[in-house]
Design a protein around this ligand. Structure first.
Ligand SMILES: Nc1nc2c(ncn2[C@@H]2O[C@H](COP(=O)(O)OP(=O)(O)O)[C@@H](O)[C@H]2O)c(=O)[nH]1
Ligand SMILES: [Mg+2]
Length: 225
């Protein structure tokens, strides 16, 4: 019975996510979905990313949490449209929440939509938001074994970002081993290590994002022509 209900909820989500994906394609929007455990540095990554963007760049941000609008307030400082999604008790964002808040935000493409999911390595992995890419963050304080323990999200993510590398001198953490574990789960996984505190690794991350946006724009232009 419970399995049947879960299946129905997921297929309804897939239907809505397909509509979102079509909208992103029509409007030439690159949507990326950031997923990690609570505290791995999603908001800090977004803060430094937004700070690097030219004012007026077409970018919008949705950020999800069980409670509080703390992250939206942190992210709104950079002048781009931001909306907090408060899920109440729900441990993930779903396509309906994204659709509603995107409409309220009034964001239209072409542009970039950055979605910070609720901090959780399990629930968000099953909910398609119509994004072009899921990005999983792992911080250097979490242990190299997490890709093996939470394979679902590592399997579904295009990119793994190792965060807080400024802390590496203070912790026993082997980045190569963490990445090796991620590649066991997802052999094509891409990998970037960075620090949102010092900015190390950000050049590579921003280049990765720009390259994906160009790719998605070229694809949209080809489909829409
Ligand atoms: N030293 C260090 N701390 C970081 C870094 N990124 C985030 N943090 C800290 O980690 C904590 C959680 O970060 P936050 O961005 O809120 O994580 P989120 O829950 O994934 O959004 C905060 O105290 C941040 O200041 C980093 O690159 N280096
Ligand atoms: Mg956050």
């Amino acid at each position: 019975m419970r399995e049947a209900v879960e299946k129905k909820v997921l297929s309804e989500n897939d239907r809505l996510a397909a509509e979102l994906r079509q909208r992103y394609r029509d409007q030439n929007i690159l949507c990326v979905n950031f997923i990690s455990a609570p505290g791995s540095g999603k908001t800090a990554l977004l803060e430094r990313t937004l700070a690097s963007f030219a004012p007026g760049r077409p970018v919008a941000v949705l950020t999800g949490d069980l409670q509080t609008d703390n992250d939206a307030r942190r992210l709104a400082k950079f002048g781009f449209p931001v909306r907090q999604i408060v899920t109440g008790g729900t441990c993930h964002l779903d396509a309906r929440m994204v659709d509603r808040h995107l409409n309220e935000l009034g964001f239209r493409g072409p542009g970039l939509l950055l979605v910070e999911n609720v901090g959780n390595l399990v629930c968000p992995s099953s909910y398609d938001l119509g994004e072009a890419a899921k990005i999983v963050l792992l911080s250097v304080t979490e242990g190299e074994d997490k890709p093996l323990k939470y394979p679902g999200i590592f399997h579904r993510s295009s990119l793994m970002i190792l965060t807080k590398i400024d802390l590496l001198p203070h912790v026993d953490f082997n980045p190569e081993l963490a990445f090796e574990n991620a590649r066991k789960i997802h052999p094509e996984m891409e990998y970037i290590a960075l620090s949102s505190r010092t900015g190390e690794g950000f050049d590579k991350w921003l280049r990765w994002l720009d390259a994906l946006q160009q790719k998605v724009q070229q694809l949209a232009a080809a489909i829409n022509s």
